[in-house]
Structure formats: structure tokens, C-alpha cells
Design a protein around this ligand. Structure first.
Ligand code: PRX
Length: 656
């Protein structure tokens, strides 16, 4: 990591906003002063500016029982009303909410009035199935408008959605359904990915069957199926309902009821340092306030003229906050795209930007690096002149990729906002403010007005400018997670124990403050990997590997990868009986596939090395640091704490 830090410290370029940009910018430098003068009053103002309350709140923050915060808690609102009805009431019913394009090129254009009506029907349909306040609905859909419609319909009823990324396997889906106790699953027959239909309904059927023979009942009463792929599906007539039968038949009249600000809004599962994903819980008022505030200020949103495009899937938090809630709360017009960037051709994304006049574009460094690799001649074939702001999220963006993004996509003038945040933070926490901040390639720079961040050493002391350490959030924030679903102890332990004395939230990220006090994110400091901006847990993949009959032991590390940031590399000890009968190559292929089936294709290891032993300390802890050295082809570091110091040379030889 020190080489990386040295490299970053030599970065001196700065890009102040142009006077024209600054003159029309939504965010102003005054925001910092206002937030500093009175943080709670500042958030109270944001809450009134960005959200319509059925019942106004009288108290901004209740932090009397940390780490359990309550924001705006005597206020009442309806999240879906804020994203829909109020815009229609304000005369914006004809504004396009979503331009949607399917991977094969089919199009839908949905106005706020149409979206509102569709959500009302869907809410009535769900209510007819008995869904009400506090019930859980799992959503397992491709990137189609019904994904957003479903989320909003659930929110409208005061129920809780749990969106499961469509790339997750039946097993991952089942464990999330069980953990949340979902009553309804909303899915599709399939969706288009990479030029063909990728089925979803079969995974739901498998998830809800007793395929592992555990005899365990599931909580699901109904499965709603959107027809998208046109692929054949099996049908359980007592349980399954076609969306096109039940939604159009439901009434388009639905009065949005007010719910308390702290009513749960959604659960979103994310990987932690153990094998079991955590259900991150978010509630309504504070989340919506910060989603809308950040979406407007960080992206400099001018809703009457901008076309916003966030490329994230709704299965991730970025899709929740910057496809569904932020843009719709702000009455934005956005583009939603079903497919992958390279299908049917390598210029697909740029073609879409040209076609829809996208002005604000938000994506991940891994995508930018992949485009760099294929070359600038591809985006240069398209008219990207509508772009006026670029955003980055999910992992550190290296200065080279940042400069390419600015030059090639942003015509050397669009400001780039590098936004740091997490599933747990709910919304952006650290980012330049366009029109205010002079940006620096590679640095996420400054906590947003109202957000308070520091970098501490292991002992809990602030490191100060020019030094690196652990990123903490020192004050509660409106969109903060309210807990881990069903596991308050894990919530406290994971995030609040490390700096309990100070009462700070520990993010799990390393960071450095430069001499100007700007933040440089350095990646995870725990056993969490970041592959293409997606969080994966080493423990979760290890437990999938050892669940395979051939595996005796497994260790997984995240090794740096030019395109995906990190890649999953597994070191596996195979049982003797299997080694005799199978080739190492065959076993490696089988295990890669197995992990894909158990968790999902994103978790599939790039490399599986069959080894005879793993490096362990005398207390039996696997030294992943040494395995990472091997995986990255570096010289192996200090091995003196190993129980058997010879083991690393054996492993290195086996890997070669
Ligand atoms: O390590 C940080 C990295 O992604 C983690 C959060 O992952 P997830 O909850 O999946 O949410 C991703 C999208 C918000 C963080 O702990 N990360 C996210 N954004 C950045 C980042 N690392 C560096 N720079 C960023 N802009």
C-alpha cells in the first residue's frame, strides 16, 4: 500500500470549476458554513427543502441511545408520495421520469403521471395480497421499470423491500428471503444480458423448493412474475401470478398514507467479514432527505433540463439511492438501461448518451478502466457534448482513469465528482461539490456539508494532514443504517466497537489526508474485497468452497486487478481421494463454477490454485497477506510469524 500512497502523493493537478459552471451551480460554498454553524439546523433545513412532510417534525435528531439514531422522528411522510404524486400535483405530470431502453433496443418512456398511476396499481395489488406496513417483499428483477415501480409500491404501503441483485444464485436469494421473512417475491421470467435472455424465475422456483432437502419451510405466499424475457417458465398456480394479469386489473386510485419518519424502508444485504451477509436496514425520512439533498447538490441537478444516468443495477445501494429514490424525489428525468455496456456493440453506452442527451453520468471506475482498455476511438465516434457532469463510485479511482474520464468522456471540462459512501451510509458522504471544489484526480476530497469524517490511527487518535489511517464518521447522519436486520449485536460490534470510546462509526476503509486535508480512499482494511465495485467477503467465498465435496480447506484473497480493481483468488487444499482421480485444472474449473452457482457469477474466483498447505500462524490464523503476495506475483513478505516458515516457498512453487 505504501507504493500506492507515494504514487498518490505526487498528484498535484487541480481542476477548478469554470466560471460558467460555478455561476449556475446548485451547491454553493455557503453550505459548508451553514452546516458548521449548526449541523442539526442545517439538516432540518434540508429536510424541509427536499421532502414534503404529511406531518412536520419538531425534532431533528435523537441520539440519546447511540448507536441507534432517530432522525425527524415525530415527522410523518410517505416516501412514494414524495417521489411521485407531489410532482404530478405540482404540474410536472408530463415530465419524463424514466427513459428506459432494453438491451435489444426496445424503448419505454414513462412520465411522472404514468409512473404514479402504475405504482398506485401495484400498491393496490400488493395490498390485496395482504402486504401492509412492516411486511417484507423481496424483489429479484432485471433493470426494467417494474423494478423501480415495485420498490415504490412497497414503500407506498409502509412495507419493507429487500432487493436481491438478479445475478445472485438461488441459494443467495433463499437465504435473503429467509432472513427477512419475505411474504411476496417480485421477479421476471428473465431479462436480457449479453445478447440473450438470462432466466430469473427458475432461480426463484429453485430457491423456494426444498432442493437441499433441509425440510425448511419458507415464508413466501406469492410470486409476482413480470413477462420480460419471453422464456418458458414453470408455474405454480397456487402461488404464482403474472404481473400483467394482476397489476392492470388493480385500481389506479390509491391515497398515500403517512408513516413515521423512522418507519423501515428497506433491507439491503451486503457482504461483511463473516460468511453470512448482513441485512442493512434503512428507514424512511432521514434516508430520503439525504438521498435527495446529495442527488441535487453533488450532481448539480437542474431537473427541468438535465437527463441523469446512473448505470448501477437496482440490486446495489447505488441503484436504490441514485436510480430510485434520489432522482425521483427530485423530479429528475433519467435514463435506465437494461443490459451490459458492450452489448450489442462496444459503443452502446456512448450511443445511449448521444441518443438521450444524457447530461449527468454516474458510473464505476471498473467500467471506466474497461473502456480505457478498448480505446478512446470508440467513445469518440459519438456526440457526447450533452455531458456536463461526471461521477464515480464504488472503489478508488486511479488518477489515470480519472484523467481519461475527464478528457475523453467529459471533453476536458465536465467536473468529476468522486463519491465515497457505502450501503451502510445510505447516501454520498464524501465528494467534491461541483461548482465549488477544485477537483483532484484520484481524491474524493471533502465530507459533504453536514457530514463529519476523520482519519484515526489504531489507537483512536486523529492522524492529521499528511498521514494515513482508518476512516471514521464522527457524527450521526440522516441516511445512516439503523441496524442489521435481526442482529443488533452485529450492528454494534461491526461498526461501533472499534472506536467505542469516541463513539465513532468505523467504515472499514483505509484513508489518507493530504497536506490540504483532502481524503484519499485506500480500500478496505478488513477481509472484504471490492471486485468491480461490488463487495464480496473472503469468508463467504471460503465457506462456499469448503461446502464442495472435494475441498478440505480454502483461503480467499482479493488480488489487484487492472480492470476490476480487485479479483478473487482462491487457494484450495483438495482431499486426497479427489486428487487421485481429478486433474488440478479440472478441479479448479469445477470449483470456479461451483462458487458461481452457490453465490453468483460475480463471486466466481478469477484463479483457483490447488495447493498442499496454507500459511498459518501458530494460533491457526490464515495469513492472507502472504497469499496476496503470491496472487499478485510479488516477492513474499515477512514469514516469521508462520507456524511453518517453509510453507510459502512450497505454495509459490505450486502456483508457478
Ligand atoms: O471501500 C469503499 C468502496 O466501496 C465500499 C462500499 O461498498 P458498497 O457498500 O457495496 O457500496 C458501494 C457504492 C456506494 C466502501 O467501503 N468505495 C465506495 N465508493 C468509493 C469507494 N472507495 C473509494 N472511493 C470511492 N469513491
Amino acid at each position: 500500500m505504501s507504493a500506492q500512497i507515494d504514487h498518490l502523493l505526487s498528484e498535484t493537478r487541480q481542476f477548478p470549476p469554470s466560471p460558467e459552471f460555478a455561476a449556475q451551480a446548485v451547491a454553493t460554498a455557503e453550505l459548508y458554513g451553514q452546516a458548521k454553524a449548526d449541523r442539526e439546523a442545517f439538516w432540518g433545513d434540508q429536510a424541509r427543502n427536499h421532502v414534503t412532510w404529511h406531518k412536520p417534525f419538531t425534532r431533528v435528531l435523537d441520539w440519546s441511545t447511540p448507536p441507534f439514531a432517530k432522525w425527524f422522528d415525530d415527522g410523518e411522510l410517505n416516501v412514494a408520495y414524495n417521489c411521485l404524486d407531489r410532482h404530478v400535483e405540482n404540474g410536472l405530470g408530463d415530465r419524463v421520469a424514466i427513459y428506459w431502453e432494453g438491451e435489444p433496443g426496445d424503448e419505454r418512456r414513462i412520465t411522472y403521471a404514468e409512473l404514479t398511476e402504475e405504482v398506485k396499481r401495484t400498491a393496490n395489488m400488493l395490498a390485496g395480497l395482504g402486504i401492509g406496513q412492516g411486511d417484507r417483499v423481496a424483489i429479484y428483477l432485471p433493470m426494467i421499470p417494474e423494478a423501480v415501480i415495485s420498490m415504490l409500491a412497497v414503500a407506498r404501503l409502509g412495507a419493507i423491500h429487500s432487493v436481491v441483485f438478479g445475478g445472485f444464485s438461488a441459494d443467495s436469494l433463499r437465504s435473503r428471503i429467509d432472513d427477512a421473512g419475505a411474504k411476496v417475491v417480485i421477479t421476471a421470467d428473465g431479462g436480457y444480458r449479453k445478447g440473450r435472455v438470462s432466466p430469473l424465475k427458475p432461480a426463484v422456483d429453485l430457491a423456494l423448493s426444498d432442493h437441499n432437502g433441509s425440510g425448511q419451510q419458507n415464508t413466501v405466499e406469492h410470486v409476482i412474475v413480470v413477462r420480460r424475457g419471453g422464456n418458458d417458465v414453470e408455474w405454480n398456480s397456487e402461488r404464482d401470478l403474472w404481473w400483467h394479469d394482476v397489476v392492470p386489473a388493480a385500481s389506479a386510485e390509491h391515497e398515500a398514507e403517512a408513516f413515521p419518519a423512522e418507519n423501515p424502508l428497506f433491507i439491503l444485504y451486503t457482504s461483511g467479514t463473516t460468511g453470512k451477509p448482513k441485512g442493512i436496514l434503512h428507514t424512511s425520512g432521514g434516508y430520503l432527505v439525504q438521498a435527495a439533498y446529495t442527488h441535487r447538490n453533488v450532481f448539480d441537478l437542474h431537473p427541468e433540463s438535465d437527463v441523469f444516468w446512473c448505470t448501477a443495477d437496482i440490486g446495489w445501494v447505488t441503484g436504490h439511492t441514485y436510480v430510485t429514490y434520489g432522482p425521483l424525489a427530485n423530479g429528475a428525468t433519467q435514463l435506465m438501461y437494461e443490459g451490459t455496456p458492450e452489448t450489442p456493440h462496444a459503443g452502446r453506452w456512448w450511443e445511449l448518451i448521444q441518443k438521450y442527451g444524457v447530461s449527468i453520468f454516474y458510473t464505476a471506475p471498473t467500467a471506466i478502466r474497461a473502456f480505457m482498455k478498448t480505446g478512446r476511438h470508440i467513445p469518440q465516434q459519438y456526440d457526447l457534448s450533452s455531458i456536463r457532469l461526471l461521477g464515480s463510485v464504488g472503489e478508488p479511482i486511479n488518477p489515470e482513469a480519472w484523467m481519461w474520464y475527464r478528457d475523453v468522456i467529459g471533453a476536458d471540462k465536465a467536473p468529476i465528482v468522486d463519491t465515497w459512501w457505502q450501503t451502510e451510509t445510505g447516501a454520498i458522504m464524501v465528494s467534491p461539490l461541483p461548482g465549488v471544489t477544485a477537483t483532484k484526480p484520484g481524491s474524493a476530497q471533502t465530507p459533504l456539508p453536514g457530514i463529519s469524517i476523520d482519519v484515526l490511527d489504531e489507537a483512536g487518535a486523529a492522524v492529521g494532514n499528511g498521514n494515513g489511517g482508518l476512516l471514521v464518521i464522527t457524527e450521526p447522519w440522516p441516511a445512516m443504517l439503523r441496524g442489521v436486520w435481526g442482529d443488533p449485536e452485529r450492528f454494534k460490534e461491526t461498526y461501533w466497537e472499534k472506536f467505542a470510546q469516541q463513539g465513532y462509526y468505523f467504515a472499514g476503509d483505509g484513508a489518507r489526508l493530504d497536506h490540504d486535508g483532502d481524503l484519499w480512499l485506500l480500500g478496505r482494511v478488513d477481509d472484504v474485497m471490492n471486485v468491480s465495485g461490488h463487495r464480496l467477503s473472503t469468508a463467504e467465498i471460503e465457506s462456499a468452497l469448503v461446502a464442495h465435496e472435494s475441498t478440505a480447506e480454502a483461503a480467499v484473497v482479493g488480488a489487484s486487478d487492472e480492470t476490476t480493481g480487485q479479483a478473487v483468488v482462491a487457494f484450495v487444499i483438495i482431499k486426497e481421494s479427489y486428487l487421485a482421480e481429478h486433474s488440478p485444472e479440472g478441479l479448479a474449473t469445477q470449483l470456479r463454477q461451483w462458487v458461481g452457482e452457490q453465490i453468483g457469477p460475480i463471486a466466481r474466483p478469477r484463479d483457483v490454485y490447488i495447493v498442499g498447505e496454507l500459511p498459518k500462524t501458530r494460533s491457526g490464523k490464515i495469513m492472507r497477506r502472504l497469499l496476496r503476495d503470491v496472487a499478485e506475483g510479488r516477492e513474499v513478505g515477512d514469514t516469521t510469524t508462520l507456524a511453518d516458515t517453509a510453507v510459502m516457498s512450497v505454495i509459490s512453487a505450486q502456483v508457478k
